[in-house]
Ligand binder design. Structure first.
Ligand code: MF3
Ligand code: CO
Length: 256
């Protein structure tokens, strides 16, 4: 399928959706505390989403029951909020998406709760760095493989593995559009990047092996070896001047 190029008004709507996502994730990151149930985070997300006049990208997507994904420690992605209590020392990934005027924004971040080990802190920092490396490689005239390669090289050079079975994606009128954006690949290969293309880049890194398995609820994804995982995601729009990160609470002069 063809990869869509968005018009300036479409990008403007995605900027509004991205800002909502950035704000809600910021509120969640500021709210998270040991002793909370993951369901409480979902309630905060729903309340903020409503206050900002937006609609969830996730709720009802292929039957997904919540507005937020909360994935803890060896959980990589798609953790359904519920009765689980967040503990001191947990590594918590929050993934959230919103629709504004028919366009989606999708982002994720990982936070530490209380005191976590050095390896977990390093994994978090490296996953964030891998996303930044991917954003930096997302330039008009470059190729999709340049993004994938930049993420993989950053992750592996810091001693971590990249999950292969889940990927980033195009995004716009639908949360998941073509193309898939793998977090591993070869520079110079794949689709040539054009101004107006919009992607969700989302490196998922593990402290062990990259293989995953799905839990009994058919949603939550674990590392197969139960090693720690972290996840960072941004929705970006390509312009001649570079990639604009859309999923931030406010847009600065450079969009970054
Ligand atoms: N950020 C995730 C993704 O891009 C969100 C999907 S969770 C779901 O796939 F619940 F909506 F499926
Ligand atoms: Co996504």
């Amino acid at each position: 399928m063809a990869v869509s190029v968005k018009s300036p008004p479409e990008i403007a709507a995605m900027r509004r959706a991205g800002r909502v996502v950035g704000k809600v994730l910021q509120t969640l990151a500021n709210s998270i505390q040991a002793g909370m149930r993951t369901r409480e985070l979902d309630l905060i997300a729903e309340r903020e989403l409503k206050a900002l006049g937006a609609v969830s990208s996730f709720k009802g997507y292929r039957g997904y029951p919540s507005s937020l994904c909360v994935s803890i420690n060896d959980e990589v992605v798609h953790g359904i909020p519920g009765e689980r209590i967040i503990k001191n020392g947990d590594l918590v990934s929050l993934d959230f998406g919103a629709i504004v005027d028919g366009y989606h924004g999708d982002a994720a971040l990982t936070v530490t709760v209380g005191e976590v080990g050095m390896r977990a802190q390093n994994l978090l920092r490296t996953t964030k760095g891998a996303l930044e490396a991917g954003v930096a490689a997302a330039r008009v005239g470059a190729h999709l493989g340049d993004i994938s390669c930049a993420i993989q090289e950053y992750a592996e050079s810091h001693g971590f593995s990249v999950v292969r079975e889940y990927t980033g994606h195009g995004i716009g009128k639908a949360m998941h559009e073509d193309p898939l954006v793998p977090n591993f690949g070869r520079a110079g290969t794949g689709l040539e990047l054009k101004a107006g293309m919009t992607f969700a880049l989302e490196p998922m890194l593990t402290a062990g092996d990259w293989h995953t398995k799905v839990g009994t609820d058919n949603w939550v994804v674990f590392t197969a070896d139960h090693s720690l995982a972290a996840h960072f995601e941004h929705t970006i729009a390509l312009a001649a001047t570079g990639a604009e990160v859309l999923t931030i609470p406010e847009n600065g002069p450079t969009g970054g």
